[in-house]
Ligand binder design. Sequence first.
Ligand SMILES: Cc1cc2nc3c(=O)[nH]c(=O)nc-3n(C[C@H](O)[C@H](O)[C@H](O)COP(=O)(O)OP(=O)(O)OC[C@H]3O[C@@H](n4cnc5c(N)ncnc54)[C@H](O)[C@@H]3O)c2cc1C
Length: 288
Amino acid sequence: MSKLVLLLSLACAAGAEPFPYRATVVAIEDLTPAIKRVRFRLEDGLRFKPGQYVFLKLPDDYVVQWNERFGTSHQEVFRPYSFASSASRLPWFDLMIEHAPAPPGEDVPPGVASTYVHQSLREGDVLRFSAPAGGALSFKKDTRRPIVAIAERAGAAPFVSLLEYWFENQWERNQPIYLFLSDPLLDARFREWERTRKTFHYYPVSGPVRDLSAVPRDAEAYVAGSPAMIREVARMLKVRGIPEERIHYDGAAAPSGAARLTASSVASMSAALWAKEIEHCLAASGKK
Ligand SMILES: Cc1cc2nc3c(=O)[nH]c(=O)nc-3n(C[C@H](O)[C@H](O)[C@H](O)COP(=O)(O)OP(=O)(O)OC[C@H]3O[C@@H](n4cnc5c(N)ncnc54)[C@H](O)[C@@H]3O)c2cc1C
């Protein structure tokens, strides 16, 4: 059991609220037709490390209306989103949220949380959040290895946070950083960083990342995107010569598809494990 899950279990047993933090929406911006950047102002004392994520809880009345509209039976709805700004900007922080439409040809509702953010969230709304979690994507500073970050669309969120933070501290001087971004967003900002930071290399592509020939073979690699994208990129990185222990990812994806517990795969389980623990906590408090 991870330290965080253990802490939540203890807090839960003591009757603590699984979504203790509140933040007010101060701005909503379209980064692409499918991705919004939402800027929040924190109302309480949350702290996070770049590369971490947080569970956003949907308002209960929205969930009730959703269930009536689509005949679903959601109870508490919460989803993990990566911080997309440097921790130094607190009490302000950004999330980048991509709309999840219904899969083509399937008669099912669109994604509940991302539809809420895209269609109903307004400036001035106050949302609740869990404590921050994760950290598998936090760039390793002690190895001195080149850093390779590979993301698709909103998967860039944790890398925006990490890059901002690293550039503030000028840590890229010791370790070059390579960013591969599929269907890029914030392109002007990454190009500006490439112009001003000598050791930052930016590779935007439209469609999937297929060419990793610029990846140094001694790199430490970080991947963020859909489970399918993570699996494919991990496979390509291994072909390039990067061993599994130097490939890091967060979320529910398991690149090898195996039950082998590497450091990365343990970290990758944390979002699902933690979500389960929040469910237990809600059940214990009679909210589910
Ligand atoms: C660690 C981590 C960090 C993340 N960070 C980000 C981030 O920074 N930005 C971001 O945009 N996302 C991020 N995600 C993904 C995010 O947490 C959500 O999974 C995503 O927003 C979709 O949630 P949703 O509630 O909108 O969709 P859901 O309601 O969970 O639905 C998902 C999909 O299933 C379909 N569906 C609905 N009902 C059915 C059914 N009955 N049968 C089949 N299909 C169905 C929906 O149409 C939709 O396409 C992250 C995930 C993880 C694990």
